[in-house]
Each structure stands twice: as structure tokens, then as C-alpha cells.
Write a protein that binds this ligand. Structure first.
Ligand SMILES: C[S@@+](CC[C@H](N)C(=O)[O-])C[C@H]1O[C@@H](n2cnc3c(N)ncnc32)[C@H](O)[C@@H]1O
Length: 228
């Protein structure tokens, strides 16, 4: 499955939807590499845009830490967005198709999050550029990085959507698993966010997901914090 329009369907498989009913919805479920940046940037009254928000679980995480904030979630899966609206009716959610974020109007956000999606679609560079254009203060994103050449070939590196369910339909549905050369990751972020005042990252070498079929056994799961 390579067509971007199919990505939403892949993320709407029942087991995948069910996974996000409970996961990534609390401070305890934020990864250490994300929290190291996020914890110091949580400010009362802040606005947050979460790109690839799934069911908007990060709204619950923010509510554990802040009394007053606005949260807007974007997702390619209309089913994820439907569930997000039920779970968090006071927040804003938009289903996005073809990378069209027009539903946001001219809005920009103090904090933009792009977590758990960039390594799973070919349009990741465009997504970073769009996210930076919406960033007032800080953009936090993650990539999977290697020391060898970048791999953007779904026949060599792919992710099986078998988490949450192990039947044939889930396992047969795949997304690209993009591995970016680490030096290229820095160069790309510098090029896409040319007016950044500060760029930081934190990551660790980690076995690739058991759902991934890739030419490498380990990749850096790197979280980047890009500030204006
Ligand atoms: C692995 S989940 C990550 C959810 C959440 N951001 C997190 O870190 O736990 C990926 C989510 O992003 C959505 N998604 C994937 N690619 C996307 C894209 N290009 N634009 C918007 N949403 C996307 C999927 O539908 C899914 O709900």
C-alpha cells in the first residue's frame, strides 16, 4: 500500500483504532525522549496543534499538567477523528485529506507536535514544512534515523499494521517505514525550518518495531525540538 490516500484506511483498521482507545493518553504514556522537551514547554494558556493526533489522547495528558490550554488535532483517519470528538468534545479535531490543513484557517500554535507519523509516510518532508509554518514557538517531532543511506523504498522497508490485532488483514496492510540518514535528518530539518532559533534532539538506538520489516535491526528513535 503506497498511495497516500490509503494511509487513513490503514490507520482505521479495527485493531489499530482499539489500540489508541487506551494508549498514549497520559503523562506516564509519553516517551522519555518526548517528555525531556515537552515538560519544560507546558505553559498555562498555551495552544497546541497535534498532527496525527489519533484519538486526541494527548489532550488528556495535557490536562494532567495544565488547567488552561487549547488543543487541536489533525488526523488522516476519519474514524480516529470521530472517536477523538466523542472522547474530548471541548477540543477541536479535523480530518485531513491529501495534506490539506485548510480547516485550520490562518491559525498558528504555541506548540506543534508531530509524533509517531513521519517515518510512516513518504510525504514526511512536506508534513514538517507545514507543521513549521503553523508553529509560533516550538515544534516537536520524531524520526527514525540510521548511519547508512536513507531508505524510502517500501519494498525494502515497511511497517505491518498488525499491532492491536494479528489477523491476516492487519498483517497484510503495510505502510512505508522510512529510515533517514542521521546527517540528512539534520540537513533536512535545517532546510525546512530555516529560521529556527534553536534545534535540539534526543534519541536512542533501539531495535526497530517488531511490526517493521527493514534492512536494519536497530534505528535511532530521535525526537527533535525546533524553536523559533
Ligand atoms: C502511530 S499513531 C501516532 C499517534 C500520536 N501522535 C502518538 O504519538 O501516539 C499515527 C496517527 O497519525 C495519523 N497519521 C498518519 N499519517 C498522517 C499524516 N500524514 N497526517 C495526519 N495524520 C496522520 C494516523 O491516522 C494515526 O492516527
Amino acid at each position: 500500500m503506497t498511495d497516500d490516500s490509503k494511509i487513513g484506511e490503514a490507520w482505521s483498521l479495527p485493531g489499530v483504532l482499539g489500540y489508541f482507545d487506551t494508549e498514549r493518553s497520559s503523562t506516564a504514556q509519553v516517551y522519555a525522549s518526548e517528555w525531556i522537551f515537552l515538560k519544560d514547554r507546558l505553559k498555562e494558556g498555551m495552544s497546541v496543534l497535534d498532527v496525527g493526533c489519533a484519538q486526541g489522547g494527548f489532550a488528556a495528558m495535557l490536562a494532567e499538567n495544565l488547567k488552561d490550554f487549547s488543543y487541536t488535532g489533525l488526523d488522516v483517519s476519519s474514524d480516529m477523528i470521530t472517536r477523538a470528538r466523542v472522547r474530548f468534545p471541548r477540543h477541536s479535531f479535523h480530518h485531513v485529506v491529501g495534506g490539506d490543513w485548510g480547516a485550520l484557517g490562518a491559525a498558528r500554535f504555541d506548540q506543534v507536535l508531530v509524533l509517531g507519523i513521519l517515518h510512516l509516510h513518504f510525504g514526511w518532508r512536506d508534513t514538517i514544512a507545514q507543521a513549521w509554518a503553523r508553529t509560533k514557538s516550538c515544534l516537536i517531532l520524531d524520526l527514525r534515523e540510521i548511519d547508512g543511506p536513507t531508505v524510502e523504498d517500501q519494498s525494502r522497508s515497511y511497517f505491518k499494521m498488525d499491532f492491536g490485532a494479528s489477523d491476516d488483514r492487519h498483517a497484510a496492510t503495510t505502510l512505508p517505514y522510512v529510515l533517514v540518514n542521521a546527517a540528512e535528518a539534520l540537513a533536512t530539518i535545517r532546510a525546512l525550518c530555516p529560521d529556527a532559533a534553536r534545534i535540539s534532539h534526543y534519541g536512542y538506538l533501539h531495535p526497530v518495531s517488531s511490526s517493521a520489516v527493514t534492512p536494519v535491526g536497530q534505528a535511532m528513535a530521535n525526537v527533535w525540538c525546533i524553536e523559533r
